[in-house]
Design a protein around this ligand. Sequence first.
Ligand code: GLC
Length: 551
Amino acid sequence: MEPLGLRAVGSHCSLSEMDDLDLTRALDKPRLKIERKRSFDERSMSELSTGYSRHDGMHDSPRGRSVLDTPLSYARNSFEPHPMMAEAWEALRRSMVFFRGHPVGTLAAVDNTTDEVLNYDQVFVRDFVPSALAFLMNGESDIVKHFLLKTLQLQGSEKRVDRFKLGEGVMPASFKVRHDPIREKDHLVADFGETAIGRVAPVDSGFWWIILLRAYTKSTGDLTLSETPECQKGMKLILSLCLAEGFDTFPTLLCADGCSMIDRRMGVYGYPIEIQALFYMALRCALSMLKPDGDGREVIERITKRLHALSFHMRNYFWLDYQQLNDIYRYKTEEYSHTAVNKFNVMPDSIPEWVFDFMPLRGGYFVGNVGPAHMDFRWFALGNCVSILSSLATPDQSMAIMDLLEHRWDELVGEMPLKICYPCLEGHEWRIVTGCDPKNTRWSYHNGGSWPVLLWQLTAACIKTGRPQIARRAIDLIESRLHRDCWPEYYDGKLGRYVGKQARKYQTWSIAGYLVAKMLLEDPSHIGMISLEEDKLMKPVIKRSASWPQL
Ligand code: GLC
């Protein structure tokens, strides 16, 4: 019997010889939870980090469910599972979508308490990621494979907004399965932004697709999917949208507002951290899966060059800590030529008051956006967590991000993990930046609301940095409310105390995010699916002035 709705995964699962073996060594056998907890708290970043490079072990050997030769049942019996786990599995399964008999994804929400469905009855690419990870961690890879293949097929369809044709590589934001009762056939209808509110194409979808393809490959050891000509082509098409040469002077990716999880106007246009972090991670994932044949070799070369430039740019110009803040505060403006220290001509007067109090002496984060005379000092959860997972953040920066989170727990976590961004926009600024969006009022929805789905990313970042105790604190908060409140999409308020004004109930990624967080803590070796080791070749550059050619 499977009381948790988990599928049994045999203890014979072959041990992975892949890079996450580091982790196995790091863990004591037998699996004593208390001991493991202690050892993880003390573990160094490098010991915990998992696989990357073109030879990141992806091709070594199949990976079983866990690198620990322990049956799931034993692991489960070693401590009491929270009753919410069983309910979460049931709810997740209820959200499954089938296409011609195969599971292909999960609905964004299954909220029977409202008639206002909007597009929550669709499979969103970004929303499916935590569902996919939960299924993979439970040894159920079919749904993930079908999802990857179906969305890949959709990539091939023609996309238009009015008379304008979108790039070939664009992946859908979401899709729907329609059943034709006359022909008795299912068919897929996708949205690439042409029907989305604001008509913005989802830049994050393609990146998540690549990241998920690697997670699938890493988790199952099945190389046959990523190596198909279709998948190879799909990756190249996605990346060709981002690697094309143009007028850019920065290696970061220029975006429209609302092109990612924050899919409304929120002042995240330009070079938002969420997209830059996902871009970096997708480039690294693609690098580990692309075959160096035909045009593959050239793509690999371009990726490598971009990664170098991107990591330099992000680590230097997006990073903010006490020292850096003080430097910006003292910046001169209107500097000309290669010797400029204030390269983007940021006006110190544009530094918002709150950031001086917010910044602890120890700790730091990647700011929301950096462009010409523009620095968005807001803290964004997803971008910072993905920076840790992808190793875009150096080990020191990763630690500093976690330090900040601990220092500013009340502000960033409060009573419900985790704020999507901090702080919120209010008054005149809210009017100008959001265009008076009534859904994004202060401390609500995308404007400083608290999103339970972000728990999985927080937990993964905690495990990667060897600080699971932080994740445990966050999970305790979730377990005291989420299920009672029927798994809302988001919470409102400065502390995240109130169920969001227009939040869906039974929001699938709130449910899946919880499951992933729990499974990651239970078996931290899962982290290898969604984490990349620091690339030793991309040494952090200390000298900030070295970015421009010396005359
Ligand atoms: C909202 C969110 C978006 C999510 C969608 C479906 O539009 O902003 O990130 O993908 O709902 O849950």
